[in-house]
Design a binder for this molecule. Structure first.
Ligand code: CA
Length: 481
C-alpha cells in the first residue's frame, strides 16, 4: 500500500472511497484476528493521513518586492527557496486592493460584495492624527463590526474534516468576541484582531491589541518574531494530527501608530543592508520582509524536524499590492488602486513530491480559488447552499492545466475594474482606461478610443456582475440586513 496519499483531487476521491471500504473490510476480518486488525488499522491510518496546510499571507507585500520576483536588493532566501522548489504564479489576483475585504475572501472563497466585508473595518479618523480615548475606541466600527457570522470560513470546513486549525498574526475579521477566530472555526489564535499594530508595543494607536485565544494579552517582542514563535508552537503541538495553519503576518505593513516613520524593523536586520541607506523607508521595509522570511525559514525547519515537510502544502501570498509604486513596479499603481500594482500579488505553492519544482505558472488565477482547493485537498465537503466564486486550482498547479478563469471583477467604493481574458477595464478616481495586458502588462496604453466595442463589452460584463452581487443575499456589516 502506498504510504502517501495521492493528493491530486481527481484521484483522491476514488482513493478515499477505496480506503474506507478497505477499513470496513478489515474491521470485519478483525473480529477473528485482533492482532491483524490492529496492524492493518495502523496501516490504513498512515495511508489516509491528510496533508497539512500552511497558508502564509503577507501584508502589503508588493508584486516586485521579493527576490524570486526579480528584486535584486532584498534578502528573502527562504521564500525564494520555496519558489525554486515549487510553483511561482505570475498572474495571481486578490479581490480587493486593501486588507480587510481581501482577507475575508481568502477565508470564505467569495467576492467581498458577496461576503459583506467590502470595505475596511476601521474608523478613518486615525488617518488624520486623531487619538482615540478608550471610550471612543470601544464604540468605533473597528471594535463592533466584523465578518458576517453567517459566513462559512475555510477553517470551519477543515475543522469538520478532522483538521486542527490555527491562525497566528493579523486576524482583521472583527474584534468583538463573536467575530474572533475561536468562534470562526479555529482551535488556536495568537495575534491581533484589528487591521494593524505597532510592531514593538502591539498597540493600535495606543490601545493594547494582542490576543491569545479570546483574551487580550501583553508581552515583549517584535511582532513578526512572536508570530514565528507561535506558528512553530502550533505546528509542534499538532503532532501527527493534520493541521491548517493560517499565518497572516502583518509585515511589511506600516505600523499603526502616530509616529512619522511607521516602518519598524529590528536594527540588526536593517544592518544586513549595509549597501543601502538605513534611514530610507524602502531599506526598512526590506528588513521587515527579511525578518518575516527568517521566521518562514524557522517554520520550515520545524516541519522538517518533526517529519512533516513531505506532507505539507505551503502557500505564500499577499493580501494586496505594496503601499507605494516602488514595491510593485513595473506594474502600474499600488495598494488602494484598481491597477495591477494594487491587485496582482506574489503567490508561491510548495509541496515537494506533489507539485512540480521550479515552475513558473502564468495562468489567470485568484485568491477565490483557494477555498475550494484547500477543501478538496483535505477531502472535505464543500458547504451546501454557499455560492463560491472560485474553483479548485490544483490541476493548474500540479499538471499545468489551463485555468477556467476568464473573468474577474473588482469594486472599491466608486472605483471599478474588470478583467475579461487579457483585457482589463478600469474606471477610477486614480485613472481609467481599457488595456490589453497581453501586449501592455503595465497598463500604459488606453485602448478605449480604438476599441469602443470591447470597452462596451467589458462595461456590460461589469454591470452584469454588479447586478449579481446586488442580488446576492445581503451580508453585513455595511449593508442593512
Ligand atoms: Ca494589506
Amino acid at each position: 500500500m502506498a504510504t502517501h496519499v495521492n493528493t491530486a483531487p481527481a484521484g483522491r476521491t476514488v482513493h478515499d472511497r477505496f480506503l474506507r471500504k478497505l477499513a470496513a473490510l478489515l474491521a470485519v476480518v478483525g473480529v477473528c484476528g485482533p492482532a491483524l486488525r490492529l496492524a492493518s488499522a495502523a496501516g490504513v491510518e498512515k495511508a489516509a493521513r491528510k496533508p497539512n496546510i500552511v497558508l502564509i499571507n503577507a501584508d502589503d507585500l508588493g508584486w516586485s518586492t521579493l527576490g524570486c520576483y526579480g528584486n535584486e536588493k532584498i534578502r528573502s532566501p527562504n521564500i525564494d527557496r520555496l519558489a525554486q522548489e515549487g510553483v511561482r504564479l505570475t498572474q495571481f489576483y486578490v479581490t480587493w486592493p486593501a486588507c480587510t475585504p481581501s482577507r475575508a475572501s481568502l477565508l470564505t472563497g467569495r467576492y467581498p460584495q458577496r461576503h459583506g466585508l467590502y470595505d475596511m473595518i476601521r474608523n478613518d479618523m486615525v488617518n488624520y492624527g486623531h487619538r482615540y480615548t478608550e471610550e471612543e475606541y470601544a464604540v468605533s466600527p473597528e471594535m463592533t463590526l466584523g465578518m458576517d457570522v453567517r459566513e462559512t470560513t475555510i477553517a470551519e470546513v477543515l475543522q469538520a474534516a478532522g483538521y486542527r486549525t490555527g491562525v497566528v498574526g493579523k486576524w482583521d475579521g472583527g474584534r468583538a468576541r463573536r467575530f474572533l477566530p475561536l468562534q470562526r472555526g479555529f482551535d488556536f489564535f495568537y495575534g491581533f484582531a484589528n487591521t494593524g499594530i505597532d510592531y514593538w508595543t502591539h498597540q493600535r494607536y495606543g490601545i493594547e491589541s494582542m490576543y491569545r485565544g479570546n483574551e487580550r494579552i501583553e508581552e515583549e517582542g517584535y511582532s513578526t518574531d512572536l508570530f514565528g514563535r507561535e506558528a512553530i508552537r502550533f505546528v509542534r503541538e499538532s503532532g501527527d494530527r493534520p493541521f491548517f495553519l493560517y499565518l497572516p503576518f502583518n509585515a511589511p505593513h506600516g505600523a499603526s501608530n502616530l509616529e512619522k516613520d511607521s516602518y519598524q524593523a529590528p536594527p540588526e536586520t536593517i544592518a544586513l543592508y549595509s549597501d543601502l541607506d538605513p534611514k530610507d523607508k524602502v531599506t526598512k521595509l526590506y528588513a521587515m520582509v527579511t525578518r518575516m522570511d527568517e521566521q518562514i525559514g524557522l517554520l520550515r525547519k520545524q516541519l522538517e524536524e518533526q517529519g512533516a515537510a513531505d506532507r505539507t502544502l505551503i502557500l505564500f501570498t499577499s493580501d494586496n499590492g505594496g503601499s507605494g509604486n516602488v514595491y510593485n513596479a513595473p506594474l502600474r499603481g499600488q495598494k488602494g488602486t484598481m491597477f495591477e500594482g494594487g491587485l496582482r500579488v506574489p503567490c508561491i505553492a510548495w509541496f515537494p513530491g506533489k507539485l512540480p519544482a521550479g515552475k513558473v505558472n502564468d495562468q489567470f488565477l485568484t485568491t477565490l480559488e483557494l477555498f475550494p482547493t484547500l477543501a478538496n485537498l483535505a477531502g472535505a465537503a464543500l458547504p451546501k447552499d454557499v455560492t463560491l466564486d472560485g474553483f479548485d486550482l490544483w490541476p493548474m498547479l500540479a499538471a499545468g492545466e489551463t485555468s477556467p478563469r476568464t473573468k474577474m471583477f473588482w469594486q472599491r467604493r466608486g472605483d471599478k475594474a474588470a478583467r475579461v481574458g487579457t483585457l482589463k477595464w478600469v474606471s477610477s478616481a486614480k485613472g481609467s482606461g481599457l488595456f490589453d495586458l497581453a501586449a501592455d502588462p503595465y497598463e500604459k496604453r488606453d485602448l478605449s478610443a480604438e476599441r469602443p466595442a470591447d470597452l462596451k463589452r467589458l462595461e456590460a460584463e461589469f454591470a452584469a456582475w454588479q447586478k449579481e452581487m446586488a442580488a446576492a443575499e445581503p451580508r453585513g456589516p455595511f449593508r442593512d440586513y
